[in-house]
Design a protein around this ligand. Structure first.
Ligand code: SAM
Length: 261
């Protein structure tokens, strides 16, 4: 049974890295007058209330988006999505990746989200109501492999597991290679935690060995959320990375360097 709930971590520094890069990718893809597909294997509930007991308890959002909002101009796509979600869901709301995608895509784009946890999927359906996005309460890996190549073929896939199942680190490189074989033009973005014990490292080596095209590999480090916490940073491995993303990655690297100094 799945126990991970993103509300404890929503808006933390790992989300800031992932969501800022995702927002820039979607903004760029949306500038061309051709429709696109947007898919997620692990969607979460879509919108988080940062004054919820679980979020306040960990303090991760306060140490994350609470301090990072100043890193971005008001017209940065991440901030545009944050403003749009707060206008709709209240001043304490924070956009998970599905809400970010809804805010930054157009009516002609096709959005599909997988979320296995029954309560999270139910909340996601509520958050997505009226957006036209499709929610699958199914295993994200199998569902996305079945959908790829999506229609339209231009598009982005976000793979954002909670890594509760440790074999994910081993199976992800082959899963991504499989998706890439079926959908060679797709932008595929994988998020992963940077762990003190280095458990993520063989996965990165295996991904690099695949020689995917136009890879952007970006890692940031930050203080552990709590003493003894294993996550000391986060990473994004993106293939077919859109133009302009390196510049955003460099901006994030500089911002994270400040909090570590
Ligand atoms: N992508 C979200 C965001 O950035 O706002 C956060 C997603 S959270 C890290 C991971 C989610 O994956 C959890 O809500 C969990 O219930 C869900 N999940 C876990 N295993 C899954 C699977 N095999 N298929 C689909 N969803 C899964």
């Amino acid at each position: 049974m799945l126990s991970y709930q993103h509300i404890y971590h929503a808006g933390n520094l790992a989300d800031v890295q992932k969501h800022a890069l995702l927002a820039v990718m979607l903004d760029y893809m949306g500038q061309k007058p051709k429709p696109m597909s947007y898919l997620e294997t692990h969607a979460g509930r879509g919108v988080y209330q940062l004054n919820a007991e679980a979020a306040v308890k960990t303090g991760e959002a306060e140490a994350g988006i609470g301090r990072a909002e100043d890193w971005f101009d008001a017209d940065h796509p991440y901030m545009r999505a944050l403003t749009a979600v707060r206008a709709k869901h209240g001043a304490q709301a924070y956009p998970g990746s599905p809400a970010l995608a809804v805010a930054l895509t157009r009516a002609e784009d096709t959005l599909q989200f997988c979320e296995l946890h029954p309560q999270e999927a139910e909340a996601l359906r509520g958050a997505m109501r009226g957006s036209g996005a499709k929610v699958h309460q199914k295993d994200g890996y199998e569902t996305v492999m079945g959908i790829c190549p999506p229609t339209p073929r231009r598009g982005v896939l976000l793979i954002d597991p909670s890594y509760e199942i440790k074999s994910d680190y081993k199976t992800l490189p082959n899963m991504i290679a499989h998706v890439h074989r079926k959908w060679n033009v797709g932008v595929v973005a994988l998020w992963y935690p940077v762990l003190r014990d280095g458990l993520h490292k063989p996965m990165i080596t295996a991904l690099k060995d695949k020689n995917f095209p136009k890879v952007l590999h970006h890692e940031v480090s930050f203080p552990a959320a709590r003493e003894g916490h294993r996550m000391i940073g986060s990473g994004m491995f993106i293939l077919n990375a859109p133009y302009g993303l390196e510049q955003e990655a460099a901006h994030l690297t500089a911002c994270f360097a400040e909090i570590n100094s």
